[in-house]
Design a protein around this ligand. Structure first.
Ligand code: NAD
Ligand code: LMR
Length: 342
């Protein structure tokens, strides 16, 4: 009798879980690079989303097992695997959101820009397929160097005649996640409440946390600002060094990317109150792309929150001026990579 009562309880819990998850699911998400260090935990987190009905996993190898494994989770989305270039188009047809973590990660001593030669081609090829098969999808670029791979993606989409700047995003959510964590730790405030906008780009000094705009309002000494800013800028390197040759951030990145996917799906679903930072097309002079806080809507970026750049502290204003030349050069490198193609 006891066994039966446990079985009944488990069945009920299971039904409740499914009941909560099933009615809303309707979006298709494709992950390109799904068998990798980021791809696998990201796929797991997206599999848990109540908004996803189809989860397509693409990689050049090893994706069959990942999909078989995930497909046993009793959440609503159907998981399908796609391996190699001949299956890329099918993985993308009908996708609402395409996430791209395909490419090589850093080892100690490397900069993100050192990944350019390999990852530029990977991103180019994958975005060409996105343009051909799901040009209306939101595109989330994770592959580094983001400051160059996003401009590469934009040029590819332009060449294909399907560029919609409102739907192309470099994923910088991890910078915000880190900033929130480090600020909450340092100032002993409740983590769940902390929100620090991080603007600029996604490499070294181009990552600019606007600590003065932290919500709820927190005051920092000059020393705290310096320490926190440098830690947030070097947090990727902190992980690369700790992993000592085994790659860069994967788990925190998957968490951050899943948050950005969920925000995008909520926006697509009509939620009118979705804000995230992302590296998007900008209207700043000389910087065609710039990470900003954006309001997301059904059509992608509904508004750039440019007021974040007003009323900066002297420290932030100086850091903003200092990052511009590097960010500009990285963007130009991406753009000219496409125009130099034979
Ligand atoms: P990884 O090597 O573990 O995984 C990469 C995956 O990409 C592999 O499964 C590989 O097979 C796949 N891949 C390679 N070429 C491909 C192609 N042409 N098509 C499809 N898939 C392909 O690397 P990782 O740790 O997952 O990191 C991936 C990328 O994400 C790196 O460039 C890394 O620098 C970047 N990254 C960005 C952020 C960010 O904040 N934006 C954070 C962490 C890592
Ligand atoms: C990160 O910020 O963790 C990623 O960009 C990976 C890296 O190379 O640091």
């Amino acid at each position: 009798a006891l066994r039966q009562s446990f079985a009944l309880k488990a069945q009920k819990q299971n039904q409740n879980f499914q009941y909560q998850l099933q009615p809303q699911a309707s979006y298709k998400v494709t992950v390109l690079g799904a068998a990798g260090g980021i791809g696998q935990p990201l796929a797991l987190l997206v599999k848990m989303s109540p908004l996803v009905s189809a989860l397509h996993l693409y990689d050049i190898a090893n994706v069959k097992g990942v999909a078989a494994d995930l497909s046993h989770c009793n959440t609503p989305s159907q998981v399908l695997d796609f391996t190699g270039a001949s299956e890329l188009a099918d993985s993308l047809k009908g996708a609402n959101v395409v996430v791209i973590p395909a490419g090589v990660p850093r080892k100690p001593g490397m900069t993100r820009d050192d990944l350019f030669n390999i990852n530029a081609n990977i991103v180019k090829t994958l975005v060409e397929a996105v343009a051909d098969n799901c040009p209306d999808a939101f595109i989330h670029i994770i592959s580094n160097p983001v400051n160059s791979t996003v401009p590469i993606a934009a040029e590819v989409l332009k060449q294909k005649g399907v560029y919609d700047p409102k739907k192309l995003f470099g994923v910088t959510t991890l910078d915000v996640v880190r900033a929130n964590t480090f600020v909450a730790q340092k100032k002993n405030v409740k983590l769940i409440d902390v929100d620090v906008p991080v603007v600029g780009g996604h490499a070294g000094i181009t990552i600019l946390p606007l600590l003065s705009k932290t919500k709820p309002s927190v005051s920092f000494t000059d020393e705290e600002v310096e320490q926190l800013t440098v830690r947030i800028q070097n947090a990727g390197t902190e992980v690369v060094e700790a992993k000592a040759g085994a790659g860069s951030a994967t788990l925190s990145m998957a968490y951050a990317a899943a948050r950005f996917v969920e925000s995008s799906l909520r926006a697509l679903d009509g939620d009118g109150d979705v804000y995230e930072c992302a590296f998007v097309q900008s209207d700043l002079p000389d910087l065609p792309f710039f990470a900003s806080r954006v309001k997301l809507g059904k059509q992608g970026v509904e508004a750039l929150i440019s007021s974040d750049l007003q009323g900066l502290t002297e420290y932030e204003q100086k850091a903003l001026e200092a990052l511009k030349p590097e960010l500009k050069a990285s963007i130009e490198k991406g753009i000219s990579f496409i125009h130099k193609q034979p």
